[in-house]
Design a protein around this ligand. Structure first.
Ligand SMILES: Cc1cc2nc3c(=O)[nH]c(=O)nc-3n(C[C@H](O)[C@H](O)[C@H](O)COP(=O)(O)OP(=O)(O)OC[C@H]3O[C@@H](n4cnc5c(N)ncnc54)[C@H](O)[C@@H]3O)c2cc1C
Length: 390
């Protein structure tokens, strides 16, 4: 008898899980509140950083290495590059010192045999002329990694899921749980329709604490601002001169992308952000554009006065410790939770599906230990955030 899974949410957590469970022979139904890619989903937008650089963290580094290999395979399978391996340029204003994200990533990856290139102010000036080289003393370039066209990846994964036989129902917002005999048996959607399954996988991203309120002590939504700038000559803002970059990300949070096919340069900040409710209206705080332009004036002067093509308030589904939740809910048998992206999960999309499916099926997987169900722990989250866990 075919096992049945019901997936709530068509972002990368939901779609990756749906595809992998379907491949393993499950009958899979996926519901999303809107169209997929949903305009408010974290997985949408024009680009996300894909890298293996995670300080001295062996697990995320290994997951990043594996994900990059699979992004390359996906490009080949898709017959188009939605993952652009332009490399990752990581710069700091001071010499790299032990304990910093930049130093530890460089040391850890070099020790693993990855061919990184150290970049000082002189090399920066010559090879990456858009940077204000005088302000940056040290860093490195990792030729492996780059960026993925996130919204297009979601659209592609939806097509792959449909082709694999996943049933996708858009504009079907989750409304309430169907519980019988102490077990979650399914959900009712906002139109009153009932959907039943052997397991319900909740992949609702930043909306999770609103629909699983018993997790509101461990999960919350954080708003982050994103700006898309339109420089005059886009060709000058592309790799190799202008790859994916991080500018003192360990202490300031600033990072960004080369110009995409439409000539748009995205700039974002992995900072504390603003705590919000995911279903509240998305408000861009006053002064945000000026905050971004002040950063650009100090770092990429030629971009500081470029017109804004678009801006976006995007939400992290933050967990208290910065790590994902990929596990069965011990208090709610029949319910599986896949969330807690904390602003850094998109890059792992190619390895998320097998990870979630192993957890759903209870198969051993050493990578799952960190993502197991857990109560409020220490302050790993703050440390993780400070370390530039992008
Ligand atoms: C500003 C920003 C920048 C980021 N940059 C990077 C980066 O550079 N690299 C990286 O690796 N990661 C990055 N991330 C993180 C990455 O985007 C997330 O980790 C990932 O997209 C989360 O996917 P998800 O499927 O959990 O959530 P989402 O993509 O948000 O999907 C959740 C889905 O649930 C649906 N939903 C909501 N409520 C309901 C309901 N009631 N019923 C049914 N469906 C519902 C939504 O419509 C949505 O489609 C960034 C995130 C943000 C916000």
């Amino acid at each position: 008898m075919e096992k049945q899974a019901l997936i709530l949410g068509g972002g990368v957590f939901g779609l990756a899980a749906a595809l992998e469970l379907r491949t393993r022979g499950w009958r899979v139904v996926l519901l999303d509140a809107g169209g997929i890619p949903h305009p408010d989903a974290a997985s949408t937008d024009i680009s996300k950083v894909v890298r293996m650089d995670y300080g001295a963290d062996p697990l995320y580094t290994a997951m990043g290495e594996a994900a990059i290999r699979r992004w390359r395979e996906w490009n080949a399978r898709w017959g188009e590059d939605l993952f652009h391996e332009d490399g990752f340029l990581v710069m700091t204003r001071r010499p790299m010192t032990p304990g910093s994200f930049e130093h530890d990533s460089h040391a850890f990856l070099t020790a693993r045999g990855h061919p990184l290139r150290r970049v000082g102010a002189e090399t920066l000036r010559r090879a990456h002329p858009k940077w204000n080289a005088g302000a940056f003393a040290d860093g490195y370039f990792n030729p492996q990694g780059g960026w993925a066209e996130s919204g297009r990846v979601v659209a592609r994964l939806k097509l792959d899921a449909l082709a694999a036989g996943v049933e996708i129902h858009e504009h079907r917002p989750f409304h309430r749980w169907l519980e019988e005999g102490g077990r979650v048996r399914g959900v009712m959607d906002a139109h009153g329709a009932e959907w039943r399954a052997d397991v319900v996988v909740s992949a609702l991203g930043a909306w999770t604490p609103e629909h699983l309120p018993w997790l509101a002590d461990r999960l919350h939504a954080t708003a982050q601002s994103v700006f898309h700038f339109l420089p005059q000559n886009a060709a000058e803002w592309r790799a190799p001169a202008f790859p994916v970059w991080a500018a003192d990300i360990g202490t300031t949070g600033w990072y960004g992308f080369p110009a995409n096919a439409n000539g748009v340069v995205k700039v974002a900040n992995h900072g504390p952000g603003r705590r919000v409710r995911a279903s509240d209206a998305r408000m861009m705080p006053d002064g945000e554009e000026e905050r971004f332009r002040a950063f650009l004036r100090a770092t990429f002067p030629a971009l500081a006065d470029a017109p804004v093509a678009a801006s976006r308030v995007c939400l992290y589904g933050d967990s208290f410790d910065g790590h994902f939740f990929l596990d069965h809910d011990p208090e709610h048998p029949g319910l599986f939770v896949a969330t807690g992206d904390s602003g850094h999960a998109f890059k792992f999309t190619p390895v998320l599906g097998p990870l979630i499916a192993d957890a759903v099926e209870g198969r051993p997987n050493p990578w799952l230990e960190r993502f197991r169900w857990r109560g409020l722990g220490g302050t790993d989250g703050e440390k993780a955030r400070a370390g530039g866990n992008k």
